[in-house]
Write a protein that binds this ligand. Structure first.
Ligand code: ZN
Ligand code: ZN
Length: 345
């Protein structure tokens, strides 16, 4: 009995065709770039082409059927009646293909994602391990020279440290954004040399067992002007306000509002231009969301980031991001690395 499939079945009104590879991986531990899983009340069928057939045959608790490389076309010929499909994942032409035969496609959203949002013990263990490795990476990073090196060069060093510390892979393209670049929330590492008196946002993470970490720390090279120090203190206070609001059954909207209020009551009002956080797991951005637009409610076992920021256009940016798990009584912070404004060389 696969408990994830059992829980999924409880939410189904018709058979569900799962085509998002991350969702298939979550449900059956099977990885393929061209697979589909049909979950019915009494059985589950896994469809994939010849390239993955040997691996698919070895998956327990599922019936394997080999398909042609054009997977959706093959399924359209093979299946019939009402079939739920992942509307956030299937393209419009994929949808046209699905309905070209005897299938009556029913759009469904977030059914597997909502299961993925609540982590079990094994998943939490992987995320904790990814966080410990990230802590050690940052410990080493602050001993590095920053001034005179390019953002891109430092990003490579970070990836090397992750590798040295036992990460499987980096979780996403590392952001190293210094000086004016740090004022862009998702600035990428460029060939610009890091100067003195700048803030540097480092936003990075690694993966262990397929599960990711996603931290941000902001450093300074030498003296930074008073308003930047003040902004740093406000970001820290906003993060604390976010933490104080976090517990199971709190709405993502309200956690975001608690942190946002702290920034908006200062001279930095309006400079926190993104959401407070997002879920973390097999993907770097998943349910639940902590943001102005969020309709999610937090539950025990959710893993989310808490990452307020202040961005002063053309000058500097500050973001601090921790990874936490929502518990019965509140939350546990998985991020061990310090949060004072560290001056790097
Ligand atoms: Zn991040
Ligand atoms: Zn993040």
């Amino acid at each position: 009995m696969n408990p994830r499939i059992e829980r999924l079945r409880e939410s189904l009104e018709e058979p569900l065709l799962v085509t998002n590879p991350t969702n298939i991986h979550y449900l059956f531990g099977f990885k393929s770039s061209n697979a589909a899983l049909l979950v019915e009340q009494d059985r589950a069928r896994l469809f994939t082409d010849f390239r993955y057939s040997e691996a698919a045959r070895a998956v327990e608790g599922v019936e394997f059927e080999e398909t042609k490389r054009a997977l959706l076309k093959d399924l359209a010929d093979r299946l019939c009646g009402p079939v739920g499909f992942e509307a956030d994942f299937v393209s419009y032409s994929g949808y046209e293909t699905l309905r070209s035969g005897a299938i009556e496609p029913v759009p469904r959203r977030g059914l597997v994602e909502q299961l993925r949002a609540v982590k079990d013990e094994d998943e939490l263990a992987s995320i904790k391990r990814a966080c410990e490795i990230t802590d050690r990476m940052f410990e080493r990073l602050i001993g590095e020279r920053f001034v005179g090196r390019t953002e891109r060069d430092l990003a490579w060093t970070i990836e090397q440290f992750f590798h040295d510390e036992g990460a499987e892979a980096i979780a996403f393209e590392t952001i190293v954004a210094a000086g004016p670049n740090s004022a862009r929330p998702h600035g990428r590492a460029t060939d610009r040399q890091i100067g003195r008196g700048e803030t540097i946002i480092v936003d990075t993470g690694c993966s262990v067992g397929g599960y990711v970490s996603d931290y941000t720390r902001t450093f300074a090279t030498g003296f930074v002007e008073a308003p930047v120090k003040e902004a740093y203190a406000v970001v820290l206070a906003a993060q604390q306000a976010g933490f104080d609001a976090l517990r199971s059954s709190v709405r993502g909207f309200d956690a975001d509002a608690a942190a946002r209020r702290v920034v908006d009551e200062t001279v930095f009002a309006g400079t926190f231009g993104h959401g407070l956080g997002h879920g973390l797991g097999l993907e770097v951005h998943e349910a639940p969301r902590l943001s102005v637009e969020s309709t999610d409610t937090l539950a025990t076992g959710n893993v989310v980031t808490v990452e307020p920021g202040i961005y002063l256009e053309g000058r500097a940016g500050i973001r601090i991001e921790d990874n936490i798990v929502v518990t019965e009584g509140g939350f546990e912070n998985l991020t061990g690395f310090r949060k004072d404004l560290i001056t790097v060389g």
